[in-house]
Design a protein around this ligand. Structure first.
Ligand code: NBP
Length: 479
């Protein structure tokens, strides 16, 4: 008998997703171009309860072992491995069969593949899969985009395999046309930087120990900040160094790695003219963290000039500070999501994807790295008003920001005075303070532009476009 589905690419994600699919009762064929991974997966299947998973060492028998119309999920590295895998498999596939790329491919490549496959009569889906190894094995969040017909072939499997969240259903939905699923997956929020800033203020200004930080973050994870990232942050502060004294976090080099998703997000924001300062500042912070040697030198230069690293302030009330930092983190997080949502909406309009922002928040609630109760609030905001201009003006969020703004300002001021940079929290606050003002100093910028470049300006009182000979008038009136 033929199997219901196939999966090619048996590294971490592929193996675990294949086991998950088999466990949900869908017989699956698996293939990897290096055959040892095929045997390893089959072996694991035996250990995990004889699931209906069948290994194949050559692409032809793999493809022919699957029911028509065939559906094959690929989980290989983005870029040329995807091209090569498609080339290898598609020669044995027939009209109406379907390939799904479950990897982190850039959305434009997905659209290119979809077009090329269409010419061969094959259907194509780009499906972001979130949740890492754990998610893939026990329930990921999945973002399929592309051919709706292809989605329908596999919908029953996806609904069972996805993370299941009580009261909100499986964490999967058909996203939209083209590369929308991949686009949304590659998008980042900069939240881990905001959390790192909260840590910095508590540790550097008020000298909280790792034990205290472990306690603080565990408490935070019981309230409005409850999320995967806060949970793992609490865990990190509790882990001792296995190679020496003290805690592991203090031995980790302060240099952040990058996979490119932050850069993509910021590039897209710039191209779509969407302000995303919280996300951009997180990317900049990563760039600066990479200059470890330069920073060590700079610290020496300024220390010898009399400016130490930071100014601690033990006089600050500890409990009050912890409370303020929690509120500042929450308010900044609202700004980060407001920017992210506006960016996704602008892209959806540009591409004609018709993405539903509320649905998007729903399917992120389980499995994936940003799962959070917070997403429920976002979903409700878009349920109340699907055309919401910004999360910042949803009545519930307005209330939450107003309640938190004094704490937020206190934390940013404290950090500035202590000489600690909090780029995410500060730029979020600047974003909020810019967005909520009905009159900005942009009048002066526009006047300058008209002065030096005759770019014209609009007036507040009379409709139309105006030009003034600023230079001529100024020359006459200059003192
Ligand atoms: P990797 O991203 O490390 O990719 C390894 C897989 O690609 C192996 O199966 C490997 O085969 C295969 N491969 C390569 Br490399 N070159 C190939 C080629 N030319 N032809 C055919 N196969 C080739 O694996 P992963 O971490 O499981 O991730 C898979 C996808 O899922 C990636 O796009 C990744 O970005 C994405 N993703 C990963 C995570 C995560 O937590 N790891 C989370 C979410 C999404 P080989 O073993 O024979 O070399």
């Amino acid at each position: 008998t033929l199997n219901r589905i196939g999966l090619a690419g048996l590294a971490v994600m592929g193996q675990n997703l294949a086991l998950n699919i088999a466990e949900k009762g869908f017989p699956i064929s698996v293939y990897n171009w290096t055959t040892s991974e095929v045997d390893e997966t089959v072996e694991r299947t035996k250990q995990e309860g004889n699931l209906p998973l069948y290994g194949f060492h050559d692409p032809e028998s793999f493809v022919h072992s699957i029911q028509k119309p065939r559906v094959i999920i690929m989980l290989v590295k983005a870029g040329s491995p995807v091209d090569q895998t498609i080339k290898t498999l598609s020669v044995y596939m027939e009209k109406g069969d379907c390939i799904i790329d479950g990897g982190n491919e850039w959305y434009e490549n997905t659209e290119r593949q979809e077009k090329a496959m269409g010419e061969l009569g094959l259907l194509y889906l780009g499906m972001g899969v979130s949740g890492g190894e754990e998610g893939a094995r026990h329930g990921p969040s999945m973002m399929p985009g592309g051919s709706f017909e292809a989605y329908k072939h596999i919908e029953d499997i996806l609904l069972k395999v996805a993370a299941q969240v009580p009261d909100s259903g499986p964490c999967v939905t058909y996203f939209g046309k083209g590369g929308s699923g991949n686009f949304v997956k590659s998008f980042t929020t900069g939240l881990n930087m905001l959390i790192a800033e909260a840590y910095d203020v508590l540790k550097s200004v008020r000298k909280l120990s790792n034990e205290e930080l472990n306690h603080v973050f565990s408490e935070w994870n019981k309230g409005e900040l409850l999320s995967f990232l806060i949970e793992i942050t609490a865990d990190i502060f509790g882990i001792k160094d296995d190679k020496g004294e003290g805690y592991l976090v203090d031995k980790v080099l302060d240099k952040t790695g990058m996979k490119g998703t932050g850069k993509w997000t910021v590039q897209q924001a710039a191209e779509l003219s969407v302000a995303a300062p919280t996300i951009a500042s997180s990317l900049d912070a990563r760039f600066l963290s990479g200059l470890k040697d330069e920073r060590v030198e700079a610290a020496k230069v300024f220390k010898s000039g009399g400016i130490g690293n930071i100014f601690t302030d033990q006089a600050v009330d500890k409990e009050k500070l912890i409370n303020d930092v929690r509120q500042a983190l929450y308010a900044s997080k609202i700004c980060s999501y407001a920017q992210g949502k506006n960016l996704i909406r602008a892209k959806s309009i540009e591409q004609g994807w018709d993405l539903k922002l509320g649905e998007l928040a729903r399917i992120w609630k389980g499995g994936c790295i940003i799962r959070a109760v917070f997403l429920d609030r976002i979903k409700k905001a878009y349920d109340r008003n699907p055309d919401l201009a910004s999360l910042l003006v949803d009545p519930e969020f307005v209330k939450e920001i107003i309640d938190r703004q004094s704490s937020w300002r206190r934390v940013v001021c404290l950090a500035i005075n202590a000489g600690i940079s909090t780029p995410g929290m500060s730029s979020s606050l600047a974003y909020f303070d810019t967005y909520r003002r009905d009159r900005l100093p942009a009048n002066l910028v526009q006047a300058q532009r008209d002065y030096f470049g005759a770019h014209t300006y609009e007036r507040t009182d009379i409709p139309g476009s105006f030009y003034t000979e600023w230079f001529k008038i100024a020359k006459q009136s200059r003192i």
